[in-house]
Structures are given as C-alpha cells and as structure tokens.
Design a protein around this ligand. Structure first.
Ligand code: NG1
Ligand code: ZN
Length: 548
C-alpha cells in the first residue's frame, strides 16, 4: 500500500502530454525533449522493476544520439550492458502511453504479477543513469530518478555526462563485480591499446599513418571525452575538433558525414589527405574520412562496412596464426567460429569482399539489438551497421580457451608468433566494448590495426570500391503499411509493391533496392545501389514514387 500511494503520488507530478503516442522503437523513446518528462519518469519505474526482476544493476541513458539538439530520448541497458530485452518492450510502450496515474498503477501491478517480481527480501533495485550534453538532459535525468525512487528502496546513481557506450560498459562492469567508473573505463581502454601497440610486428614500414588523427566530436559528449582521454594514449596523436562550442549534430557528426558524404564543419580542403574520423552525438557511431583536394568539401568516406572489413581481416589473420601447423583435429586447437553480421544497408561491395575472404556473413533487420544478438552466436562475432555502429563480441568459451592457451604458449619457448596472436586477441577483447558499439574503443582498434598493417587511410579505403548508393526518405501517413521480410530485403506489404520494385531493379545492372519503415522517424526509407551514381539515384527516386 505504501508502494501504491508512492507511485500514484509521484506519477501525478508527471502528466503525459496530450495526443502524443510514443513507442520504444529501435533505439528507445525519442521525441522533442519537451514531450518526454513523463515518459522518462515512467521508464525510470521500468528500470527499477527490471533491476528487481534480474537482481542486477540496470542502466538508463538519456540521449537522442545523432538527432537534433532539441530532441532527446531514453534507452535502457540490460544487466549484460546490452539493449533492454525485447520481451519488455510492449510493457514500456504501454506505460509510456498510460493516460493517468491510476491506469499506470494498474499496468504496473498486472505486470509485476505476471513477471513475478518480488519486492521483499531482495537486493534493492539499482539503476545507473547517464546523459549526453543536450541542455534538456539534466531535467530529464531528474525525472528518471524520480521514477526510479517511486519504487520503494530503489536507488538511482547518477554517472553524469557520459557517452552511451560508457554507460553500457559501466552497467556490464558493475554486474561482473568490477569497478564502474569513467577512470576504470579509460584505464582498461588505454592499457589494452598500449598492449596492442607494443605487439606491432617488427619491420612494418611506417606508411603515412604516423600523422595526427583529426577527430570531429559532433559538438557532443564524445569530443569532450576524447579530449580528456587522449592524454592517456601513448603513441597516438589526436586533434579533436567540434568539441562542443557549436550546435550538436548540426553539419557535424558521423551521421551527417556518412549520409551527406561531405566534410563536417571545421574541416576543409586545408585538411586534404589527412586521416580524419567523425563521432556521432553520443559517441556510439564512428566513421573515417579523408577530405579530397579542391573538391568543395567532398570526401573519401570510410564507413562502418569498411571498419568491419578491417576488423575482420585482422581477427582472421590472428586466428590463422594461432591455428598454423595444427591439424584440424588437433587437441589444443579451437576451431573458433568467426562470423560477421550486417544489415541490408551494407554496401553490396563489402558483402562480396567479406564472402570472398571466406567469412560467414549474416544479414539481420536494422537495429543494433538484432545485430548484437546474432553476433553473440559466434565465438567471435563482428557486427557493424554501415552508419558506423558496431563492435566485436567474444564468447566466454573462446576467451577461456584463449587465456589457457596463452598461458601455455608463454611457458613454452615455442612459437612466439602464436603467443603474440593470442595476446593480441585477448587485448582486442579488452579494448573493444562488449556491451555495445563504441566510437572511442572502435577508433583505438582502427588505429592499432592501421599501424599493424602499415596502412594509410587511403590504402585501407582501397580494400574494395563501394557501389554507388542513394538513400531517400518518403514521409507517409502510416509507415506501418509497409511490412518487410528476409532481413528487410523484401516488402511483403502493400501487396504487389515488391513486384513493382523488382521491375525497376531489373532496369539496372547490379541494381539492388529495398524499402522499409524507419524505426525512429515517421518515414519509409528507400535504399538503392547500382554501378553508377546516376543509376543509383534514378533507381531510388523511381522506387520512392511507388511508395508515395
Ligand atoms: P531507422 O530510423 O529505423 O532507419 C536509424 C538507423 C539505424 C539505427 C537507428 C538507431 C539507418 C538507415 N538507420 O534507424 O541504423 O542506427 O537509427 O539510431 O541508418
Ligand atoms: Zn548514437
């Protein structure tokens, strides 16, 4: 009863906006910040319940990533540090849209019963809260805290302004009994980075990548953090631009650079040829680029697909060093399953390249939760969206084997090449965020691998040539009218639309095109690929007309 009145009382302070229906979507709730207080409060309640249910620490991140500064959003990190389990999404939609405190209380009571969430004799609920640099973040974080503390005994711990991947990393660390602070995050990343730098092969030519890396911080949290963190990185010189003086995500950031294929603000032809990288507003996406000389801000774009390809190449090489001379049934060998996960947005040339490397390539629908889940099925699963969100996941079983064999290799004089390969893989598993895509750790791994290969950004970009592509969005009244199948490559509804799309595709050699409803905006997205930019543009626009 105490619990019920506490909930009713606090819910009354956060009335939902009228006439707005919110949905958890592919990236949590996102909307204009002025609409979000009540939603964030309610997600606070959900997070506390999730903590009680799992007996673990849960995370809440307040961010709208690459969206405009007046937007905001909230997403939940589960005990592993990954996204909220999909089973709880319907409940989060329901409570976000409950019209008044009583209906909210009723939904919660029913859900608590159904999920058998106990309140007594348990560890109190604990939720770690973080936010990006958006000005609306502070008040929203307070609303989330009030939601958390409207569950009796629950604690909300404010981690302050952090990147999304930092918060996920902290949740994961806490639940493994480790210290969850920014300094432990920086320490782990810089230590594994140094370890990998020390393991560079001898005699690798220094091929132009000793120059400074110039990073576009999107005027968000990532730029700020990297400016602090770079002092801890020996052997890598970083210059950070767009550290927060300009407007967040406006003409800057990974999303802008990847979609527009132009240099962000504060970059220009004076930077031609330099190795540059761009983070998004909450630093969970990363793309590289190099400004082209004399071509008004045009760039050579090195996107998520190419980061994935670089990672895959490196990991595959280390695995083959480890397995050298070991016959397939060898006792001390471990046939690690390496897999890569992409979405339909991956450039067709990247998929061909990865397959030619002999890798297992799997497609999932758009949305990190799907890619992450799939990648976790491998011993080493590498996933990336073309937009630069991705990471590498290592299975516990493989890491156990790797640690044991690393010890054995250290104690024998045999094969220092193998021992180094094992050390490298272990260091990668420490460096790269196991919870979620992380631009800061991804950037460090890219830098290490370029050093290892002795490659410039240009050499890296030459791994394969992207097919020209075009993305369009079409505003529609009801985006749910489009229903897709086969990892979004086929539209099964409206009836007949796929046949019409096929007719268009058939007009272009190597043409590929698909449509899908966005999970974050009220639009249908159209993606087209062909052998020339004109062809990709015209395929996209003729399919967009079919949707309209
Ligand atoms: P939607 O709006 O569902 O296309 C976009 C991105 C996703 C993902 C989410 C979450 C594209 C085509 N889509 O999703 O990859 O990043 O936002 O931020 O880039
Ligand atoms: Zn983001």
């Amino acid at each position: 009863e105490k619990q019920q009145s506490l909930l009713l009382e606090s819910a009354a302070r956060f009335p939902p906006p009228k006439g707005v229906k919110l949905s958890y979507g592919t990236a949590g709730f996102r909307a204009d910040a002025s609409l979000l207080e009540s939603t964030v409060f309610r997600v606070g309640i959900l997070a506390a319940l999730r903590s009680l249910k799992t007996g673990s620490v849960i995370g809440l991140m307040i961010t709208a990533s690459h969206n405009k500064v007046s937007d905001n959003g909230i997403k939940v990190a589960d005990p592993s540090g990954g996204m909220l389990t999909q089973d709880w999404e319907p409940f989060s939609d329901a409570i976000a849209n409950a019209p008044d405190p009583h209906s909210l209380l009723q939904l919660i009571t029913e859900f608590v019963k159904k999920e058998e969430i106990g309140f007594e004799g348990r560890q109190p609920a604990e939720v770690l809260l973080g936010r990006d640099t958006r000005p609306s973040g502070e008040a929203l974080l307070e609303a989330a805290k009030q939601g958390i503390t409207s569950i009796v005994g629950a604690i909300g711990t404010d981690m302050g302004v952090v990147t999304t991947p930092q918060l996920h990393w902290m949740v994961r660390a806490r639940n493994r009994g480790l210290e969850a602070s920014e300094s432990s995050y920086f320490h782990q990343l810089s230590t594994s980075f140094r370890c990998l730098m020390d393991l560079k092969p001898e005699g690798i030519s220094k091929n132009g990548n000793d120059a400074t890396l110039v990073v576009d911080g999107a005027d968000g949290v990532g730029g700020e953090k990297l400016e602090q963190f770079k002092k801890m990185l020996t052997g890598l010189c970083i210059e950070v631009r767009n550290r927060g003086d300009g407007i967040l995500n406006e003409g800057v950031g990974a999303d802008y650079v990847q979609k527009e294929k132009v240099a962000p603000r504060s970059f220009g032809t004076a930077d031609a040829g330099l190795r540059c990288a761009s983070l998004d507003g909450d630093a969970d996406r990363l793309v590289y680029f190099s400004v082209l000389p004399n071509e008004n801000n045009k760039i050579e774009l090195v996107d998520g697909d190419k980061i994935l390809s670089l990672f895959a190449l490196f990991i595959k090489e280390q695995l083959s060093i480890l397995n050298e001379g070991v016959d397939k049934k060898g006792n001390d060998s471990y046939q690690a399953r390496l897999g890569v996960v992409q979405t339909a947005y991956a450039n067709g040339a990247s998929t061909d390249y990865l397959k030619e490397m002999g890798l297992e390539v799997v497609l999932t629908p758009t949305g990190v939760k799907y890619l992450h889940e799939k990648a976790a099925e491998f011993d080493i699963g590498i996933y990336f969206e073309a937009n630069g969100h991705g990471t590498i996941l290592f299975s516990e079983a493989f890491l156990c084997w790797l640690e044991a064999s690393h010890k054995t290799l250290l104690s024998t004089s045999e094969g220092s090449a193998k021992q180094k390969a094992a050390s490298r893989l272990l260091a990668v598993s420490q460096l790269i965020n196991q919870a979620v895509g992380d631009a800061l750790s991804g950037l460090l791994l890219v830098e290490v691998i370029l050093k290892y290969m002795g490659w410039s950004i240009h050499r890296w970009n030459e791994l394969y040539h992207d097919l020209p592509s075009r993305q369009l969005k079409v505003k529609v009244v009801d985006r749910t009218a489009v229903v897709t199948a086969n990892a979004e490559t086929v539209a099964v509804q409206p009836i007949g639309i796929q046949e019409a799309i096929n007719v268009e595709i058939a007009k272009y050699p190597r043409g590929r095109c698909f449509i899908r409803p966005s999970g974050t905006e009220d639009v249908i997205r159209v993606y087209a690929e062909a052998t020339s930019q004109d062809a990709a543009d015209s395929l996209a626009s003729s399919v967009a007309k079919l949707v309209d």
